[in-house]
Write a protein that binds this ligand. Sequence first.
Ligand code: ATP
Ligand code: MG
Ligand code: MG
Ligand code: MG
Length: 471
Amino acid sequence: MQAQAIRQAFLDYFVEQGHQIVPSSSLIPRNDPTLLFTNAGMVPFKDVFLGLEQRPYQRAVSSQRCMRAGGKHNDLENVGYTARHHTFFEMLGNFSFGDYFKREVIAFAWRFLTEKLELPAAKLWITVYEEDDEAAEIWINEMGIDPARISRCGAKDNFWSMGDTGPCGPCSEIFYDHGPDVPGGPPGSPEEDGDRYIEIWNLVFMQYDRDSSGKLTPLPKPSVDTGMGLERLAAVLQGVHNNYDTDLFKPLIAAAAEISGKTYGQDAATDTSLRVLADHIRACSFLITDGVLPANEGRGYVLRRIIRRAVRHGRKLGMESVFFHKLVAPLVREMGTAFPELAHAQRDVERALEREETRFRETLERGLSLLEDAISGLPADAAIPGEIIFRLADTYGFPVDLTADIARERKLRMDMEGYEVAMSEQRNRSRAAWSGSGEVKTERIYHDLAMRFSATQFTGYTQCVGEGKVL
Ligand code: ATP
Ligand code: MG
Ligand code: MG
Ligand code: MG
């Protein structure tokens, strides 16, 4: 079953159960400065759950684009290395705003997986929160699950809260067993870190309101929020273990392999880089489509980090010149129908990526040789000196996680304490040198303009043209 059909089957199933389809919102949360990105399907419904906003429906279903890089959920380091993590992914979710609760949502989820998609029950594994007897009882008595296939887990994975106060409650998660060929054990067991059992669906039962003293009061109308990764479900239904082997990623990996002249599936390091490119082109293209541009702080800095990480992996694959923007067209071919806004933004996305890569390539080689010189004589398991991490960041535009990615490949550690020291020394130096004029601010404005429009061309005193744009 292709991803497109899976997405549709999910929406259709929940429409049959009386849910309203709500289109995906932007990756930039609306009216929520506390959150870097939309990182779950419930984010656009936050105010509905809090009772601050009314909607004409009490049941909703969506396929929400999500980003987990930077911020509270950060899966950037996992990308390329685990079978299941992306920075950008789609979360399928069904929601009840004070309407149905535990009994119904468990039945919906189970029936969707085992009846609609015909997944064998023997392949599924359930977790419940250790104190949630009610959920365990529903799974065992109403769904007929063997108690031996249910793990009771602690608050870390199985108790959800919106913030320090407010709605919260236990979760129940559904895992898929990819079989004994993959190392790992069921959730809650000592071997759970492996990739054999993969979490596919999280059901959150919002049943309490937590006050500032930590006291939990039952909500008069409990709600439900669920989230299932489309990419993970696609892997299950396409009979592959790794998300990157699904139809969502294969064409992107093939495009990256073609541009670099490499073959996928022959060498672990090459495969990691190809997966990173396939993931990062999705993340970067959707971020730019949703209005983010590379910058030195906030959301724009997360985008910059992802682009630079991709460029470094491209260079590892032997791409000597600017290439990353060439993956936008293959992405639009795959996702432009489901996300027309992406197709509309194609040219802007390509231009922004090309500009950022060109810029980074001005310092990439010199940064890499500085790093090579610094680590060539180091023994195994030594740390990259903090001073080097700092110089790479400050002078060569290497975000710290990019250096950390190289450290991981070389099995080196990162001297982050030394990095902090080097950074505060630099801060003290520039504070001492600061003349107190207002120029810093002006410089900042020119810097931001240059970031947005790149080099400008002087064409006389009547107009100034930057890449075809009249300023
Ligand atoms: P994991 O434990 O595997 O990191 P999670 O518990 O952090 O997942 P949730 O916050 O419960 O994930 O999100 C709900 C669902 O979204 C997950 O069950 C999974 O299917 C999907 N999901 C979460 N993070 C990612 C990611 N980085 N890439 C792809 N899918 C994801
Ligand atoms: Mg996670
Ligand atoms: Mg989890
Ligand atoms: Mg989870």
